[in-house]
Design a protein around this ligand. Structure first.
Ligand code: HEC
Ligand code: HEC
Ligand code: HEC
Ligand code: HEC
Ligand code: HEC
Ligand code: HEC
Ligand code: HEC
Length: 383
């Protein structure tokens, strides 16, 4: 595997960035100069927050704020899920878990027959549509609660990947100590404005995945635009592209890797050693394994199907035109840019059959598989 990786990098060195760029691991993208999502760089005063961008980009700001990406994480007193579920419970063996929310805060308690431990929660991660996890601090150390809220259950269950078969003590059953670096990692993917890899200052963060998570710090762009508008009354449409990142300029492979900075890239999954159903939460890996991907084509990047500024579209027919960008809709109509045979079964609702929702361990809900394929009964999930 290592050999293959360095081959890819050598090839990459000879290719200008564009559609022929090789797939990379996120650490490789972060090591390159320039902006990449989750990179720790600009000083915090360079970040303005979505409200400032919204003054000149009101339509984008309004739709972006509606998606769950913009609504994760929150300080515990602002957590809608906890307010609407004032008492959450879960039990495993002798251990009884509870999160009780009142006007003063949310208290997390775990007890067995002889002991009881409590902590005041500090942060919730996840909009709650799917799941929500909890962080708290004790004596300067960060902890992640071993249980999370699941929208489909309307209650607590084990945080994915954190279940213990036989905890020895209430302490062990209650939480997992997390390093400062790991907590900073949560904020790098779930917020804007992290400026240090070693110390966490949450007072300057903009919570949620908003504009500058994908476009880089925007103060210079905003000042330049403002100056131009003062001068000319209206922006003349000429903008200095050095001052703000436009990910729309990326080729298909880099574009998928770009979203993969948080959703994981093909190489991130390979290097993690994950296989089978647990890879379904990594859309880039699944997509690039499908026959549709080929060597990469701008008609099949994440942004082909998803508007990064709007909530997820659930109606299957909306995606049909994306599939038909490459596939013939009538038998015999195939062409070099529309390869293969047309679907013998249907002319609409493509994703409902070819991108099935599959169960992922511990998520308590089915997740869309981005490995576009013909689903044959009895055939287990590939790769
Ligand atoms: C004072 C007004 C103003 C503010 C504030 C502002 N922009 Fe812009 N922005 C513009 C104008 C004008 C354009 C050029 C026309 C267009 O694409 O809408 C532009 C273009 C862009 C583009 C497209 C770049 C390209 O290469 O095509 C992006 C991305 C962008 N802005 C992001 C942001 C972000 C993120 C923020 C907040 C940090 C922000 N803008 C704040 C006025 C502004
Ligand atoms: C590499 C980036 C990354 C890091 C680091 C990260 N997350 Fe996430 N997290 C994501 C992405 C992307 C999703 C959305 C997954 C999806 O919907 O397919 C997500 C989803 C979640 C969800 C489910 C929310 C929902 O409604 O779907 C929770 C809860 C969560 N993360 C908590 C955490 C916590 C706590 C940490 C730190 C211990 C953390 N995450 C670290 C990228 C990250
Ligand atoms: C800075 C990290 C980050 C980047 C970059 C990022 N995402 Fe996300 N994305 C998240 C997190 C975190 C969530 C989960 C939010 C939650 O449910 O709490 C998410 C959720 C989503 C969802 C599910 C929304 C829903 O309604 O269930 C989609 C779709 C999505 N992202 C698409 C994209 C696309 C497309 C790109 C690239 C243009 C992208 N993301 C880039 C962090 C990121
Ligand atoms: C999850 C990543 C992500 C987030 C968050 C995000 N953008 Fe974008 N933005 C993109 C991508 C990717 C493109 C290129 C889209 C394309 O080519 O289809 C883009 C394009 C743009 C453009 C130029 C094209 C257009 O649609 O007018 C502007 C302006 C822009 N974004 C502003 C914003 C503002 C303002 C916010 C916050 C309210 C924001 N973006 C949040 C990823 C993001
Ligand atoms: C060919 C179209 C297509 C492409 C390309 C695509 N998606 Fe999706 N994606 C979908 C569909 C369809 C759904 C399911 C929508 C629904 O029914 O709710 C979905 C769902 C999602 C979800 C929510 C998963 C779930 O079921 O909860 C995330 C997150 C996501 N996509 C991210 C991405 C990312 C990141 C990429 C790029 C690697 C990507 N998608 C590429 C079509 C696409
Ligand atoms: C970038 C172009 C492109 C897009 C967009 C695209 N495909 Fe494909 N797809 C292909 C190519 C190329 C093949 C392989 C054709 C062949 O060799 O016969 C393929 C193969 C398939 C196959 C057969 C797979 C197998 O395992 O035998 C199905 C089913 C399919 N596509 C469905 C879809 C659906 C549904 C969508 C939209 C969600 C979609 N495709 C979007 C290019 C694309
Ligand atoms: C009701 C489920 C369903 C829907 C909806 C559907 N398909 Fe299919 N599709 C199938 C099945 C099943 C096969 C395999 C047929 C066979 O091989 O007997 C198939 C085969 C295919 C193939 C492979 C054709 C070949 O012979 O190589 C492609 C490409 C494809 N579908 C694309 C699409 C596209 C694009 C759409 C939307 C316009 C779509 N499908 C809608 C079920 C569906």
């Amino acid at each position: 595997m290592t050999g293959q990786r360095s081959d890819q990098s050598t090839v990459l060195a000879g290719i200008l960035s564009g559609s022929a760029a090789a797939q990379l691991a996120t650490i490789e993208h972060l090591a390159k100069p320039g902006f990449w999502p989750t990179k720790v760089s600009s000083p915090s005063e360079d970040f303005l927050g979505a409200a400032a961008c919204g003054k000149c980009h009101p339509t984008i700001a309004a739709t972006q704020a509606k998606g769950p990406m913009a609504r994760t994480p929150a300080r515990v007193n602002e957590a809608e899920v906890l307010r609407s579920h004032p008492k959450l419970t879960f039990q495993q063996g002798p251990y009884r878990y509870e999160v009780v929310t009142s006007a003063v805060g949310s208290t997390y308690t775990v007890r067995d027959d002889s002991h009881s431990l409590s902590a005041s929660l500090l942060w919730v991660f996840g909009a709650g549509t799917v799941g929500q996890s909890y962080l708290y601090q004790h004596d300067g150390q960060w902890y992640e609660a071993r249980v999370s809220f699941f929208g489909t259950l309307g209650n607590l269950n084990f945080t994915p990947g954190r279940a213990l078969a036989l905890p020895h003590t209430v302490e062990e059953a209650m939480s997992r100590p997390v390093s400062n670096t790991e907590v900073i990692g949560c904020f790098r993917c779930h917020a804007v404005g992290v400026t240090s890899e070693s110390s966490l200052d949450t007072s300057h963060l903009f919570l949620g995945v908003s504009c500058e998570a994908c476009h880089g710090a925007g103060r210079k762009h905003a000042s330049a635009m403002q100056a131009e508008m003062l001068l000319a009354g209206v922006p003349n449409g000429e903008i200095d592209r050095e001052l703000i990142i436009d990910p729309g300029q990326l080729g298909a492979t880099d574009s998928v890797d770009f979203c993969g900075a948080c959703h994981s890239t093909w190489w991130d999954v390979r290097l993690s050693g994950k296989t089978g159903n647990s890879t379904v939460i990594s859309p880039g890996y699944r997509l690039e394994n499908s026959r549709c991907w080929g060597k990469g084509d701008s008609r099949l990047a994440c942004v082909t199907c998803h508007d990064p500024h709007a909530p997820l579209e659930h109606r299957a027919e909306v995606y049909d035109s994306k599939c038909l960008g490459c596939h013939a809709s009538v038998a015999g109509a195939s062409a070099p840019d529309h390869p293969g045979a047309a679907c013998p079964i249907s002319k609409t609702g493509c994703t409902s059959c070819h991108m099935p929702k599959v169960d992922v361990p511990e998520l308590h809900r089915p997740v869309t598989d981005h490995d576009i394929r013909v689903v044959r009964p009895g055939v287990t999930l590939p790769g």
